[in-house]
Design a protein around this ligand. Structure first.
Ligand SMILES: Cc1ncc(COP(=O)(O)O)c(C=O)c1O
Length: 394
């Protein structure tokens, strides 16, 4: 049997392309912030994770250029060896101070951060408690460890308690959860995890990729949002969303960070973040603290957008997160809705099975601090027209 046979048998992409509905790997030809050029046409970008809109902030761009001039385009080695530059250390110190934890550690991507941190922290004889709808990289991390993984129903703390009650009381336990779930923008019930932590003696690891920079009074994420920062042991975040760069981090106790630093294969055997990314992230972190208007603008956009979606008849929950999920139906219906939106001038991301259960496919719209009233009006007008056409409105 040819190991490549499955590749030659795979035709789904060709079928969807032939139907004119293929939505993936769309090429962005120009990026003007809240608007981008796709297929030669300017459209509103309502599908980016650049929540604070800082990827084109002049200070961030300048910082990246300046660091490239000073340190070059690549560190050409891992953090463990030749790839730790003074700017990596400075970023980690600033991150730890901002997140109010003893130490921080940066990885080259958010994906690798979860792989490296979770697989290192949970080992043989430990149990990982994992929400069924956690991000793929958390799922991958659970497969890389010798720890047993027990999944609980999505955002269901009663089910988590049930799973904990049935678990070996002597085993080390780590609950891992998205802080803000990436598809629907639900904020995890961290206070209830804290109660269960105290009852069952476990540790809490929150992946706040979509939470840090976005929720909580100072943007420190879902734990700050709920007022339980001290009880969360490790917070993980990425730099590819609010932080205008590429990379990821964890923050926690000094001993915990040192353990990951000296055991994580994803840190030790991969090249470090580029100088441009480190400098962009450091600058963004400074802006988050010195220019609160970015978070304030994002909050105003979120409030307006959610209100507008409800006004036109979509039943969407009231949440402080910039992710709005619109359920359309089966995969083909979601592809068509997505394509119609794009043709009308709005880019969103399609979400299909197995990312969501069958029949719940749709589009994920996400909003940024830099969306203008004009952008929002255009997005809402398109969603209203299509909502009527697809029978999605109340
Ligand atoms: C919840 C969550 N965790 C981790 C990641 C991985 O981060 P990155 O894309 O920065 O590698 C993502 C990215 O989509 C995410 O949504």
């Amino acid at each position: 049997m040819d190991v490549f046979q499955k590749c030659y048998d795979f035709k789904r992409d060709l079928e969807v392309k032939a139907a004119g509905l293929y939505p993936f790997f769309k090429t962005v030809e120009g990026n003007f912030g809240s608007r981008v050029v796709i297929d030669g046409k300017e459209v509103v970008m309502a599908g980016s994770n650049n929540y604070l809109g800082l990827t084109r902030h002049p200070k961030v761009v300048e910082a990246a250029i300046e660091a490239t001039r000073k340190f070059g385009t690549s560190c050409s080695g891992s953090r463990y060896a030749n790839g730790t530059y003074v700017i990596h250390v400075e970023l980690e110190e600033k991150l730890a101070a901002y997140m109010k934890k003893e130490k921080a550690l940066c990885f080259t991507t958010g994906y690798m951060t979860n792989l490296g941190a979770i697989s290192t922290l949970a080992g043989r004889r430990d149990i990982i408690l994992c929400d069924r709808e956690n991000h793929s990289c958390i799922m991958d991390a659970t497969q890389m460890t010798f720890a047993e993984t027990k999944k609980y129903k999505h955002d269901d703390m009663q089910d988590l308690e049930r799973v904990l009650e049935g678990s070996d009381p002597e085993a080390g336990k780590l609950i891992v959860s998205d802080g803000v779930f990436s598809m629907k923008g639900i904020i995890a019930n961290v206070p209830e995890m804290v109660r269960l932590k105290k009852k069952f003696g476990m540790r809490i690891f929150i992946d706040d990729a979509h939470g840090v920079g976005v929720v909580g009074e100072h943007g420190r994420g879902s734990a700050e949002h709920h007022g339980v920062e001290k009880d969360v042991d490790v917070v993980m975040g990425t730099f590819s969303k609010s932080f205008a760069g590429l990379g990821g981090f964890i923050v926690g106790d000094e001993r915990v960070i040192s353990y990951v630093k000296h055991h994580s294969r994803q840190l030790i055997f991969a090249a470090s973040m580029t100088p441009a990314s480190v400098a962009a992230v450091t600058c963004t972190l400074e802006l988050i603290q010195s220019e609160p208007q970015h978070l304030a603008n994002l909050r105003a956009v979120v409030k307006k957008v959610r209100g507008e979606f409800r006004r036109i008849g979509y039943e969407i929950p009231d949440r402080p997160t910039p992710i709005v999920y619109i359920k359309v139906g089966d995969d083909v219906a979601a592809f068509k809705f997505w394509k119609d939106l794009l043709e009308m001038g709005v880019y969103t991301n399609p979400v299909i099975t197995p990312g969501v259960p069958a029949g719940q496919s749709g589009v994920r719209a996400s909003f940024m601090a830099i969306h203008t009233d004009k952008d929002i009006a255009q997005v809402i007008e398109c969603f209203e027209k299509l909502g009527k056409a697809y029978g999605l409105l109340k």
